[in-house]
Ligand binder design. Sequence first.
Ligand code: NAP
Length: 248
Amino acid sequence: MSGADRILILGGTGEGIALASALTSLPGRRVISSLAGRVANPKLPPGEVRIGGFGGVEGLAAYLRENKIRAVIDATHPFARRMGWNAAAASQTTNTPLLRFERPAWMPQPGDHWIDVADWDEAVNVLRGKARRVFLALGRQELAPFTALKDIAFVIRAVDAPDADLAFADAEIVLARGPFKLADERVLLQSRGIDHLVCKNSGGDATDAKLQAARELGVTVIMQRRPPRPDVPKVSDVQAAVDWVRSL
Ligand SMILES: NC(=O)c1ccc[n+]([C@@H]2O[C@H](COP(=O)([O-])OP(=O)(O)OC[C@H]3O[C@@H](n4cnc5c(N)ncnc54)[C@H](OP(=O)(O)O)[C@@H]3O)[C@@H](O)[C@H]2O)c1
């Protein structure tokens, strides 16, 4: 292998793919994208890809040293609660520059009816006794708290099929991967008579059509706010991240 600077992208997001595409064309850089391995058939970024956890902060620090990583870009999902903290700690112990690449959060628009929640237990309490037909647009590993709501008919959208043992009283599963179009989101919400939509404040334009459809149809949105992140340099567009790599 050449002596190119190795840039590690912590991915699993559309941003991670966009960034890998942009950086693979930079001369003198070799891009390695890292995925957690949660999705059965992940969309793969261009360039080199490694899959699976590192083994905590120590595992990541060892990986950075052994592979002589020049810099790390944390492009994990805003709701990936652990990885950003691990990256910050490993970058500090190995003295490896770290950049956070994060899409801006969605903000409510005129006509929106959003209820902010910290977690899904709070969302369950908001829905109880109030909602009848609820669209859950969240990860398949996050569904369990909602099974407590036996009087609600759920429509669940996920990339991979949820665990068949989940004890929902009434649930329709829609398997799909974004991006989603406004016209389709409208049809989905309208045809199922949805009154509440539950989602995370992921940001970005691949999955925001559901919010516009909810606005138009007067559907209440239960929005989980983002978890805290470590205080590291941050950018929100590909060009700024490319400029940062160039400046190393
Ligand atoms: N959470 C979401 O809502 C969401 C949505 C869309 C995509 N994703 C993507 O799915 C992945 C996992 O999400 P999560 O919520 O489980 O994250 P997390 O809570 O931050 O991470 C849990 C553990 O998974 C491993 N991991 C996470 N991201 C990794 C990566 N890019 N490469 C290698 N290992 C990784 C790490 O294991 P070790 O400690 O063993 O290194 C980490 O400690 C992330 O890459 C994220 O970008 C998450």
